[in-house]
Each structure stands twice: as C-alpha cells, then as structure tokens.
Design a binder for this molecule. Sequence first.
Ligand code: FE2
Length: 283
Amino acid sequence: MENQSCNVEPFGLELDVDLRIPLDEAAQERFRALFYREKLLVFRNQQLSEADHVRVLGYIGPVLGSNGEYREISSDGNLGTGPLCYHSDLAFTTEPFKVLSLHALEVVDGQSWTRFANGIRVLESLSQESVDRLQSMTAVSLISLVQTHRDIAYSAPSYLPQVERPAIIPHPVTGEPILYVSEMQTARIGDLEPAASEELLQELFASLYADENVYEHRWQNGDLVIWDNLALQHSRPDLTHCIPRRLQRVCVADKSFFDLCPLFSLGDQRVSDWASGKVLEVE
Ligand SMILES: [Fe+2]
C-alpha cells in the first residue's frame, strides 16, 4: 500500500487506492498501522457509499452507529454555514471521538477547506522548558456555545459537559504525547488565574495553528480524508457561499454525543438557561 503513496505537507499521507475494493485482513492491519503512524490519510477520486465508508473506517476501529449522529454535513443543512474554529470533537467529554472522516459527495472543486493542526508535532517546536512546565499542568475542556471563534467561559456550572485532564495527554494507541488544548474548547489551564491562563493558551495557539503545523485540505469531489481526532484538531471557514457542499461523515467512537451528554437529549432546563445566557459563569 505504501508504494502507492506520497507525503502530504506538512504531515499526513496521500494513498492511491480504490477503496471500493475490500482489503484482506493483512492489508487492513497495514492500513490501521499506517493511519496511526501518519494520523491523517487522504484518498482522491473515491466513490464510496455510506456502507463502503463505514467498512473503510472499520479497518481502524468500531464505527459509531448512525443513531443520533450526523452522517452527512451540508452547507445548507445541519451545523449551519458558520466557520468553526479549531477543536477536537467531544473534547469536553471523557471519551472524545477517536477517528473522524469526511468524504466529498458534492462540492465545488477547490472552493472550501478543512484545516488540521497537529498536537503531537507542535511539541517539537516548543522549548524543553515549556514542555516540562506543561507536563505538570492540567487543562479544562468545556462545551462552548460559540463555535465560530474563541469565546469561552473561564468556568461554568458543573452540570455542563467539561473535563479536566493533563494539558499533554498520551495517545491511547501509540503513546505519543499530544498537546491537547484548543481554541474553541479549552476554558482554562489548571489553576492559573484568568489573565495568565489566557496568555499561556494564546502562546500555545500561536504554535499549534502556525502555517508550518497546519495541513489545509481543499475539497475536491471524491476526496476522502481520515484523521485522528486526538492528535489533530480541525477547523473550517465560513461556508455561506459554498453551495453545494455535501460531505459524508463517519466516526470511530464507542459513544455518541447524546450518550455522553444525556442532559442535552433530555431537554434539561439548566441547559436551556445556560444556552439563553441566563447562566454564564459560576462562583
Ligand atoms: Fe468537528
């Protein structure tokens, strides 16, 4: 498989394979190993039904069922047309999605993009002193009402989805260290006061989202991109004039958003109050 590949800059691998043809077990194992080595795989000119797409992601791990999940994202449908700043899906839960993928069903070739920032690679660009300091810190990921740009509360009521974990986490499969803080979802760094926390986060974002640490994928019809949702964060631009833009979406995960955040499916009044701005911060 690797002899039909070329590097994507600054990270990732493009593979020249027709994924409609099922892989045998040995090839599936190579596919999985390649994915976890690269964290981002690109395939061009694919024509994958939803079942094909699910089969391909199944080479990496168990695919999330379609119940309550978006299997298609379109610029005139769900999730709106606004930009999404950098994030990792479900970072504010104990089980963020493991692997995400999008397949371009109908787009204007080259019109829109998804950008990917690498939380492993960025650590090489930081000083050893900064990495050592981060090793002892935690970061709080919180569900954010605002997704177009960074606008997140420093703290929020405890019933809202949020998780405090080390700022640098080990990759669950490879063990590689990942800087796991994001523009959209990181509310604060550990115990730092608001101003100091924000200053440190902005410094980290400058390195994370620097051009040399970002792959921009310009969507063409038939593209399939598969990426690691822990090692990489993703963002998209304003899609207001990007029509059509239909992308088929399949994830590797054990639990859905509603499994992990039942308050949202139950229509909990506290969530509505928070969403309407009645509750902004806690003590
Ligand atoms: Fe996302």
